[in-house]
Design a binder for this molecule. Sequence first.
Ligand code: NZQ
Ligand code: ZN
Length: 391
Amino acid sequence: MENFEFYSPTYFVFGKDNENRAGEFVKRFGGTKVLIHYGGGSVVRSGLLDRVKASLDREAIPYVELGGVMPNPRSGLVYEGIDLCRKENVDFVLAVGGGSTIDSSKAIAAGTVYDGDFWDFYQGKRIEKALSVGTILTIAAAGSEGSPDTVITKEEGMFKRGASGDAVRPKFSILNPALTQTLPAYQTAAGITDIMAHLYERYLTNSEEVEVTDRLIESLLLTMAHEGPRVIADPDNYEARANIMWAGMAAHNNMCGVGRSQDWLSHTIEHELSALYDCAHGAGLAVTMPAVFTYELSHNVMRFAQVAVRVWGCQMDFAHPEVTAKAGIEAFRNFLISIGMPKNFEELGAKEEDIPKLVDVLCNGDGRNGTISGFITLNEEDCTKIYKMMV
Ligand code: NZQ
Ligand code: ZN
């Protein structure tokens, strides 16, 4: 196990009706003027936004609002949010929605107190200072409710990039599984896929002797494999949604990723798909992961064989561990298809003829130098082969 530091100070409030306590938590964490940030309208239609406003009113906390965050959140609305926060002297950004809304909120929070262009953070500058952020989560997926990360798409060039810093870790996150019951089945499945991707990206490590985090990841993958189909069959199943929601947080606050190197090649490769085609991030991952894993397999067959046996119940073939490893990838792929995720470019809405463009932006766009690295290092030729495997 490698040396690590772990700091995860978010205050989690889990369970039914807790969105009505948003004002109480904004106050507890020092907010005196709030920006309520939300997406394309689901929180308006469900009445959640009104409940959140009522709870701020009860605490006499003034607020301004900015809706319209799109999935794969864009830089344009971030600039708008930064201007609004400065003009209105906002000191607390309250995200009401999914990962996109939370990420946009984090970007606004960091950009408001920064003299330069907020995009600097998405080109490698660490976020050291930000307004406080709180979240009310409506979809179990990205894990942004407990992470120091934010992913934004720059409209000019459609670069989708991540930034990070403990300053944007949410001060509190309210997790009410019942709020996720209004999700369309496809979004629920995309969220399940993203959560499992966050686990796999950590599982694929070059570090040795990482049994405790291996076992944590395996238990969360097993949970997802069990609860995923239950919630797809019965969208109102509160208990299944509760388990998935907490697994989504645990998958990505890095408790499972400390002391070990991590992969993240599937995410890096997928981000170009959701940037270009505006597909759901989880759906893009469902198509990307099996191809990336198959490509990476020979780098460490035993790691893929291990997850195949421990999570997917495959029989270990000691003479031919690559057979077991491949069976595990196939089992995962079939699982994703069974919950309604796409299996190839066509079902995702991606086009084979775009592969040269995808590879160019992936490997050379926005300051990259021809390769991307994770479990292994990939050049343009590798990435072309991987995208072709998804066709
Ligand atoms: O915009 P609204 O109208 O709210 O609709 C959303 C959106 O269309 C809808 N939705 C959310 N909750 C709902 C609901 N519809 C009905 N009922 C509800 N309760 O679902 C759609 C997707 O929402 P979005 O916020 O985009 O989903 P998700 O949480 O999957 O976030 C995806 C974004 O997070 C980034 C992804 O790249 C993508 O941009 N990621 C962020 C990470 C992080 N910050 O740590 C890590 C992840 O790997 C990921 O990259
Ligand atoms: Zn993800």
